[in-house]
Design a protein around this ligand. Structure first.
Ligand SMILES: [Zn+2]
Ligand SMILES: [Zn+2]
Length: 252
């Protein structure tokens, strides 16, 4: 299994990270992608990736943090991306649900990171919440064709557009307690679907209410297998294959 999006660089894991990684390995997780959401957490992800073979990092500024990023942030992300274990730019994107940064600032930071990803030939990790139209417009403007809509929560129209452009869709534990996006999963080509925990948030059933961690990606995998009506083992092979195409630098 791969957890394609796990924030074990977040402060919630400061005290027991080694145990969390051991539990992940014990359930059969072979790779964990740790996305940065600002400059310090991008560096922290890189530090973890250096220490643990199974961990890979990404470098980016989350829309919540868009207005707090220093002026030279793009140069720094570009520098981080030269690290062999930094496998994508992001997570970046638009969040018009919580609106912790102003809309136009979010769009500007997102555009800049899309440009960076394109120029470095790296995938972009996109966070989208209540911003389907602006996500489509911003990506179309820059022209990226490689990346993922992580924690997919958009419309069928957004899913169709993303797949048409070459993007992957990634699903979290939300699919274990809500069937809202099961139709979108069924309608999508199987070779475009990835799974993630987005921990420490979005804990899947049956552990809702507790801190989420990478080992719980197994519950997302089991639910995906149920939706696909496929054995769990084959579902795992497919999802792993997809994540390795999404992040070519992890597939060695
Ligand atoms: Zn996100
Ligand atoms: Zn995230």
């Amino acid at each position: 299994m791969i957890d394609s999006h796990a924030h074990i660089n977040a402060p919630q894991f400061r005290d027991d990270l080694e145990a969390v990684i051991r539990r992940a390995i014990a359930v059969g997780i072979e790779k964990i992608i740790v996305p940065g959401y600002d400059l310090p957490t991008s560096l922290r992800a890189m530090e973890l990736a250096k220490k643990h073979d199974l961990i890979f990092a990404t470098a980016g500024i989350h829309p919540h943090d868009a207005s707090k990023s220093p002026k030279n942030y793009l140069n720094l992300l570009e520098q981080y991306a030269t690290d062999e274990k930094v496998v994508a730019i992001g997570e970046s994107g638009l969040d018009f649900f919580r609106n912790l940064s102003e809309k136009n600032v979010q769009i500007m930071r997102f555009s800049e990171q899309l440009e960076l990803a394109k120029s470095l030939n790296l995938p972009i990790i996109i966070h989208n919440r209540n911003a389907d139209d602006d996500t489509i417009e911003t990506v179309e403007n820059i022209g990226n064709t490689h990346g993922v809509l992580h924690c997919f929560s958009g419309s069928q129209r957004l899913a169709d557009w993303a797949i048409e452009r070459g993007f992957f869709l990634s699903f979290t534990g939300i699919i274990t307690f809500s069937d809202e996006h099961h139709g979108i999963i069924r309608n999508a080509p199987k070779d475009k679907i990835c799974i993630e925990t987005d921990c420490p948030w979005l804990t899947p059933a049956p552990h809702r209410g507790k801190r989420n961690e990478p080992e719980n990606v197994k519950f997302v995998l089991e639910k995906l297998a149920e939706i696909w009506e496929m054995p769990v083992e084959e579902t795992d092979i497919m999802a792993t294959f997809n994540t390795e195409r999404l992040f070519p630098k992890i597939a060695k």
